[in-house]
Design a protein around this ligand. Sequence first.
Ligand SMILES: NC(=O)CC[C@H](N)C(=O)O
Length: 358
Amino acid sequence: MRNVTLILDDGSRFHGKSFGYEKPVAGEVVFNTAMTGYPESLTDPSYAGQLMTLTYPLVGNYGVPPFTFEANGLPTFMESEKIHAEAIIVSDYSEKYSHWNAVESLADWLKREQIPGITGIDTRELTKVLREHGVMMGKIVFDDEPNNIPEATYAGVNYVDKVSCKEIIRYNEGEGKKKVVLVDCGVKSNIIRCLLKRDVEVIRVPWDYDFNSLQFDGLFISNGPGDPDTCDAAVQNIRKAMQNEKLPIFGICMGNQLLSKAGGAKIYKLKYGHRSHNQPVRLVGTDKCFITSQNHGYAVDNNTLGADWEPLFINMNDGSNEGIRHKKNPWFSAQFHPEAASGPTDTEFLFDEFVKLL
Ligand SMILES: NC(=O)CC[C@H](N)C(=O)O
């Protein structure tokens, strides 16, 4: 195993060993405190541009599931067709694995997809640095090679355009009871699975496609990577769709941010984001709290919501926005991931609420 160093923008250095593909890499360094779910997280398109640190110390011991596909073209076990994170950073990589569904080791998968993985990093100390300073850009370099990796940029880059589908994809065509247009900002497969199992036809369109001339019963806006302020074309299309006040609209994560922007609200960057399986959110107006799966670095500013809108969920750790709803029209969204995959399924009922409105 070759020696590597993770260098953060503030000059902090963390020394470890390479266990994945051997290439230097740069990106935004983020941390995720979930205890499981590395196959799902690595293939979540929302991690594009990011070096993903896992704080759970032992990673790799249940291997990697196969890349098989369902009849509708969706991967059976993964959240997209490939790894989207730029790299994975762990404390203690386990090459030995055992699981009913495992077909290869995490190292073999990373090498095949040309994604660096590093182990032996004090991920607890790294997370403390990121919590105190805020997320930072960083790079992984090989100690025996000159440091020749260019700096990466994250803010202001339109990552959605890199991961969105390039043409329309239809699921359950002519079979579902209702039709939903899904704006693909980097959609996770389980969102589509959650819609399909509720008997709807899904028309998945590129993020900037003007879908308003299509025939459909509801609009869904997906999760996606990067800065929502780079996705103006989607915001304009959503605004056009809102001219029909009866059209049900549901957004998740980036979808919450884009719906909020279409409603006139502003977005800001969180100091170090929410990435875990145990983020508590309260349903506004009730004492109900749900434990949610999350992966986001930006948030909607509650104080900028227009008079017709209100927060739907609030994060119980830091009071930040976790969803919005319109006071009159059937429009709502969640900042967390009700589709889970990975993580708790407590809030999957939001898909039922959406489908009931169609
Ligand atoms: N998972 C997502 O959709 C993330 C949305 C956005 N890229 C953020 O970081 O906040």
